[in-house]
Design a protein around this ligand. Structure first.
Ligand code: ATP
Ligand code: LTN
Length: 326
């Protein structure tokens, strides 16, 4: 079975767009791959974080993923900072990575241009990511397009190390998650729903109260017509609601248009709110049960112990090859 590994930064509560565009797909992959999923908390601190909020977000992210259907029996789930080998391996990889390579990364150029006081962690971020991937002989790395360049650098680092010290790392491939339906901001349907959106009214977070979800959907921006027709160009607001309804119910767009051909926007919005609240309430039920049980700790302890065991072997092998021994 091929191994996949992916990391998520605990930088905010995930939303309906993340669920439809990414989590549903990861749930689908868990049956076909030996799957490792971790919280990239060390990556999150490359930019300033409030410590209490960060700690809360780490736990919330794990609990939400499991509540959504990421099965702990089919996935190895862990927290990056609980496995010291990631940073130890990262140092040895850093010493085999060029400053020029790192300073050319688009994400680095982008983020460092926004704040003159950026940390050196922002520069070396992709090497830590390489370490996350290479420590586990990962075959495939499911990521969005923005992370593809980092996986390509990981390949370069692995090949360079293998050439210099002998075969040590499996060279991974990026696995571009197929672009699922893009869910748009409810208030501004020309832009995607996003964790970092300024206007919270347009974003449905998986931990929003049901009544808040209903309000957000009922006040979603639509056009001045009344017919429920899928036309993303001319009717982006209503088309977005059709996409949400279709993704949640698995109904085709044609069937939805048919079902609601005699209804007005208000009536359709109420139906969209109902199915969304239904889905999210179920996720929240599981989420709160998990948060208040020991289950989460057991899952994370298991993930930590298993990944430490694997990464330690790779770390020792690297040390030996480099000459770090008595
Ligand atoms: P940020 O605002 O910090 O960029 P984000 O909400 O855009 O965050 P990411 O953390 O960049 O989310 O993405 C996590 C995953 O969710 C990615 O696979 C991405 O493709 C998917 N995703 C994010 N937003 C949407 C959306 N609106 N519709 C569908 N998929 C999405
Ligand atoms: N940089 C990624 C998170 C991440 C990751 C990884 C993804 C850290 N390490 C290893 C895949 C494999 C991000 O910001 N989405």
């Amino acid at each position: 079975m091929k191994r996949i590994l992916t990391g998520l930064q605990p930088t905010g509560i995930i939303h309906l767009g993340n669920y439809i565009g990414s989590i549903k797909q990861m749930i689908d992959m868990q049956d076909k791959y030996d799957s490792f999923i971790f919280v990239a908390d060390l990556h999150a601190i490359t930019i300033p974080q409030d410590s209490k909020e960060l700690s809360d977000n780490i736990k919330k992210l794990i609990a939400l993923y499991i509540a959504c259907g990421i099965d702990p029996n089919k996935n190895t789930i862990f927290i990056q900072s609980e496995n010291i080998y990631h940073t130890n391996i990262s140092w040895m990889l850093e010493c085999n990575t060029y400053y020029g390579e790192l300073s050319r990364m688009t994400q680095f150029k982008d983020k460092s241009s926004k704040n003159a006081n950026f940390t050196s962690g922002l520069l070396t971020y992709p090497v830590l990511m390489a370490s996350d991937i290479l420590a586990y002989d990962t075959d495939l790395v499911p990521v969005g397009i923005d992370q593809k360049q980092h996986v390509e650098l990981t390949r370069d680092i692995a090949i360079r190390f293998n050439n210099k010290y002998g075969d040590t790392f499996k060279v991974p491939e990026p696995y571009m998650t197929k672009v699922g339906t893009k869910i748009m901001d409810l208030q501004d349907p020309l832009h995607k729903m996003s964790k970092s959106s300024e206007n919270q009214k347009g974003v449905i977070r998986l931990l929003d109260e049901p009544e808040i979800i209903r309000k957000k959907i009922m006040s979603a921006t639509t056009d001045s017509e009344t017919r429920i027709i899928y036309d993303p160009e001319n009717k982006p607001g209503i088309s977005n609601l059709i996409n949400i309804y279709s993704s949640i119910t698995n109904m085709s767009i044609k069937d939805i248009e048919n079902k609601f051909k005699d209804n007005n926007y208000g009536e359709f919005k109420k139906e969209v709110a109902d199915v969304t609240i239904n889905l999210i309430s179920e996720i929240q039920d599981k989420y709160y049960k998990l948060l208040n049980s020991n289950e989460l700790d057991n899952i994370l302890d298991k993930g930590r112990d298993k990944t430490i065991e694997i990464a330690k072997v790779k770390y020792e092998e690297m040390k030996k090859k480099i000459g770090l021994y008595r």
